[in-house]
Design a protein around this ligand. Structure first.
Ligand code: BT5
Length: 255
């Protein structure tokens, strides 16, 4: 079950007991010339990172912590965010297929289960002469966290164990995610942006909801009307007024 087909993303598969961050190590390997498709996973990160310098937590051995190294040399730089969506949707497909749980994407970079954060995704890239040199997409998935583990986090979070009442084999999960990511990545490179957007939209926690978005400066409120093929969020801010939002932190308005 944990075996990957020939040519699939995730080869080679590198496993670390402890590393500062799988994203940082993937970038170091990329700069040393590592090839497209490598996947790094770790039992423990001493400096697991989220966006904007935030920390990513995980009890040793309880999470699936991995980073994919991609070299999509022909992908336009302004579509790089779609690699984040490829991995988020791959996780949703794998979690639904294996565990029977319906996880939802929360723009820009989370996967939620039952209204709480299950996965965080961190996408970082490097360009050379206006083209993508490499992209690292890292994800942390709370797998075998007990309710007590979850209670240590500052914000409400979910785990597969807490949601399903059983433990899950992380190697089997990772293989399922990589197979799905491989298929979604192929459809991205084939230019199937609308199919990808439609799946993202079907899986979206935010579609149709009233939200407030903090883009680092002003707060902007409105109703999520959908997503652009490049991954940006369409926010309806008033009658006939749509604003395209490319980054920010989203809060759902409670009704
Ligand atoms: C993220 O950042 O959600 C991206 C997290 C990416 C982690 C992976 S693990 C493998 C790879 N190597 C790395 O070093 N990183 C990637 P952000 O949207 O900034 O959310 C961070 C916030 O989520 C924190 O400030 C906490 O409030 C919360 N948080 C921290 N750990 C969590 C966890 N395990 N589950 C749920 N929420 C968590």
């Amino acid at each position: 079950e944990a075996r990957l087909p020939e040519g699939c993303l995730g080869r080679p598969l590198l496993h670390y007991q402890t590393i500062d961050s799988t994203n940082l190590e993937a970038r170091r390997l990329a700069e040393a010339g590592a090839a497209h498709g490598a996947c790094l996973c770790a039992e423990h990160q001493s400096a697991g990172r989220g966006r904007l310098g935030r920390a990513w937590q995980a009890p040793v051995g309880a999470s699936l912590l991995f980073s994919l190294l991609l070299r999509p040399v022909d992908l336009p730089v302004d579509l790089v965010f779609l690699l984040n969506n490829v991995v988020s949707l791959a996780v949703c497909r794998a979690v639904e297929g294996l565990c029977g749980l319906r996880a939802m994407v929360k723009w820009p970079n989370d996967v939620f289960l039952d209204g709480r954060k299950l996965v965080g995704v961190l996408t970082e890239f490097t360009c050379r002469a206006d083209r993508i040199d490499h992209v690292v997409v890292g994800a942390g998935l709370n797998v075998n966290w007990s309710p007590e583990d979850l209670a240590m986090l500052p914000a409400p979070a979910a785990s597969l164990l807490a949601a399903s009442g059983r433990r899950w084999d992380r190697a089997v999960l990772l293989a399922a995610i990589l197979r799905q990511a491989d298929a979604l990545y192929a459809s991205l490179l084939a230019g199937q942006l609308e199919a990808l957007r439609d799946e993202y939209q079907r899986q979206s926690l935010l579609l149709g909801r009233q939200v407030t978005i903090d883009d680092g400066g002003a707060l902007v409120g409105g109703q999520v009307a959908g997503f652009e093929p490049d991954g940006a969020l369409r926010l309806s801010t008033g009658p006939g007024r749509v604003r395209i939002v490319r980054h920010g932190d989203v809060s759902l308005k409670s009704i």
